[in-house]
Design a protein around this ligand. Sequence first.
Ligand code: ASP
Length: 374
Amino acid sequence: MKHFARVTTLAAALLSASLITGTAHAQLAPAAQSAAAPATAQAEARKANIVIIGTGGTIAGAGASVTNTAAYQSAVVPVDKIIASVPEISKVANVKGEQIFQIGSESFNNERLLKLAKRVSELLKQPDVDGIVITHGTDTIEETAYFLNLTLKSDKPVVVVGSMRPGTALGADGALNLYDAVLVASNPASKGKGTLAVLNDEIHTGRDVTKSNTFKTETFRSPFGPLGYVVEGRTLFYRLPARPHTLQTQWDIDKIDKLPEVAVLYAYGNANPAAVDAAVKSGAKAIIYAATGNGSVGDYMVESLKAARAKGVQIVRASRTGSGVVVRNAEQPDDKYDWIVTDDQLPQKARILMALALTQTNDAKALQQVFWKY
Ligand code: ASP
């Protein structure tokens, strides 16, 4: 904790001395140029009100030494202390911290996801809230981002942010990531683009973003590239999400109180069909099969997946390759088996979409349409 304060204070001092001034945000530029009113007054008037919800993760982590970049304790620094360690934030937005959890994101479950999403929804309805930033562990940030992207009924910016190194580490990335996230959340250009993930100078759509490396700061990627960048306090968008999100979707977080159980099973040579039976026995309403290649399923697994489908469990073919489209009726006769393919959704994203879809229908054909739509 001592190190956290020392390193972040140093970082803050360096930043405020040389890099970032009150004109950092593109939004503030006209105010700075106006002769009609003092620049600071106009900048104040234009400041967005952002709530920063803390959930834990490495961005709230602390290590024993500054060289602990990958071995440290996550989820220990309170969100208010994280905000205070980046004083530049207060120059671009009025921020308020709110601690909802203090956990590693690997400990997110359906209950916590629903609790977070409902709180975000509540805050977005307040006229005095312009946007939300959620500090989150990076391990499952992509699942939370996708869930919010599909269920929030607001066009106000919602940005998830995390870090790969704790604030105590040399080269800590959390302070700049948080600063950038607040910039993005307070920029009107971010409205109507769905839930965004801001890390490592990039802005990603919650639909596509995924963690691709265990320790590097350059770990988040989207298969079709990020939507934009944040550079020197400027929010720059270059593309838009093509698939429906937030206001355009069929789900409203205020009307969802429980999510059905959806299991993800991973394919490998000599995979054990007993895993399918175990998922069914434990109450899974759907199985996302992270199959090999283009969703191919070993002959010894096909029968147990067919048996699960016969018991009413939905079977979704996904791919463990990490990208690409799983083609219907190609590697397996999906029409014949009444199975579903994920389109391009990664298994963990498909789990989120399937859980939501099952709150409205259990018809495999309708569920397939959901995968092709979102
Ligand atoms: N295990 C941590 C988490 O997801 C890792 C991180 O935040 O980077 O909470």
